[in-house]
Design a protein around this ligand. Structure first.
Ligand code: DAH
Length: 345
């Protein structure tokens, strides 16, 4: 054994590059195995002259340590490469693109309507979809034999004749709940799902959405109603929009009216959307009938109010010129994507 031999082994070890665990094991055997180079040097060490033992002993121990460290280091780094390569994955590949979902057009319009009325100071109230006859009909002044109470028009959940449970046919039921719960004055809008026993067509569906509005205070007049609807219509359909009110009838309002907006497509000239009239119907409304106020314990001599109700799908159809209500329920991606404002990532 001599100094040069040891230095040469050290250089060899430092140069060592193994690509696989197998090669590392071979290197370990070559240097540290029973017949390995380092082991051989330790054997030769026995015959080294006593005065040289100290120096060679130290050098040999350092050599053995260097080899062991190098082998361990290679074992862990080659192991890492192996796990990513061995899994068959190329970690440098770009990820799979995925599309973000977007809000449904009905939700977009509902939010828009809610935001407009929030600006006017209205709170949002909600009520149950499964309701009792009292909140859907009786408290709203529907006579006992009104056709809306018929099985042909309403889905009944439990058939008990005295107080049946049913799927609410309009969100007007929430105005009754608001009158029962909230202190006066009341200024609320009530968005929600409603259900009617209707054959599905381009203009009707058995499930749709409404927004109900209610304002009760002292001295509320029909002029306040008209102003509220006009401001809403202009926010929703543009500042040039005109409204007109036609006399109508609802059991829970007196007087009652239906409201049309000037056609936002032909601007009143007449087109096929407004059927040549220049007007589009958007909602029903009126002054809350004193019977309705009294049924909920409100003094109709002191307080008055107005209410209105509109179909969200109807507003959405007018806004986006969609001519078939069924599009809103079929969830055809080609349709829904038209309203996708989010960006793909
Ligand atoms: N509830 C009515 C419907 O479903 C809509 C409605 C009309 C609501 C007039 C009202 C109103 O509050 O005053 O057709």
């Amino acid at each position: 054994m001599n100094r040069e031999e040891i230095d040469q082994l050290l250089a060899e070890i430092n140069e060592l590059k193994c690509k696989t665990q197998k090669e590392i094991e071979e290197a370990r055997v070559r240097f540290l195995g029973k017949k390995g180079e380092v082991t051989r040097l330790f054997e030769e060490f026995r015959s080294v002259a006593p005065e040289m033992k100290k120096e060679f002993g130290k050098t040999l121990n350092e050599l053995k340590q260097t080899v062991s460290n190098k082998i361990e280091e290679m074992k862990s780094s080659v192991g890492e490469e192996k796990s990513s390569a061995g899994s068959g994955q190329d970690l440098s590949m770009p990820g799979d693109p995925f599309e973000l979902g977007s809000r449904h057009p009905v939700s977009i319009v509902r939010q828009e309507i809610v935001d407009i009325f929030r600006k006017f100071g209205y709170d949002v109230a909600e009520g149950p979809e499964i309701e009792d006859d009292y909140h859907v009909f009786e408290a709203l002044n529907f006579p006992p034999n009104h056709p809306a109470r018929d099985m042909q028009d309403t889905f009944f959940v439990s058939g008990g004749h005295l107080n049946p449970l049913l799927l609410r046919t309009h969100t007007s039921s929430v105005q009754v709940r608001a009158m029962e719960k909230m202190g006066l004055p009341i200024r609320v809008i009530c968005p929600g799902r409603v259900f009617r026993n209707e054959a599905i067509s381009a203009r009707a569906h058995c499930i749709f959405h409404q927004i109900e509005g209610l304002y009760i205070d002292e001295n509320v007049t029909f002029a306040d109603l008209k102003q509220a609807i006009l401001l809403f219509a202009r926010e929703m359909f543009g500042p040039e929009t005109q409204i007109r009110m036609r006399p109508s009838f609802f059991p829970f309002t007196e007087p009652s009216a239906e409201v049309d907006v000037s056609c936002n497509i032909c601007h009143g000239q007449g087109c096929n959307v407004c059927k040549g009239t220049g007007w589009l119907e958007i909602l029903g409304c009126g002054m809350v009938d004193p019977n309705v106020l009294e049924a909920s314990g409100i003094d109709s001599k002191k307080y008055s109010g107005f209410a209105f109700g509109m179909g969200i799908e109807r507003i959405a159809m007018l806004k986006w010129r969609v001519n078939d209500l069924r599009h809103y329920f079929e969830n055809d991606m080609r349709f829904l994507k038209e309203f996708n404002t989010s960006t793909e990532v």
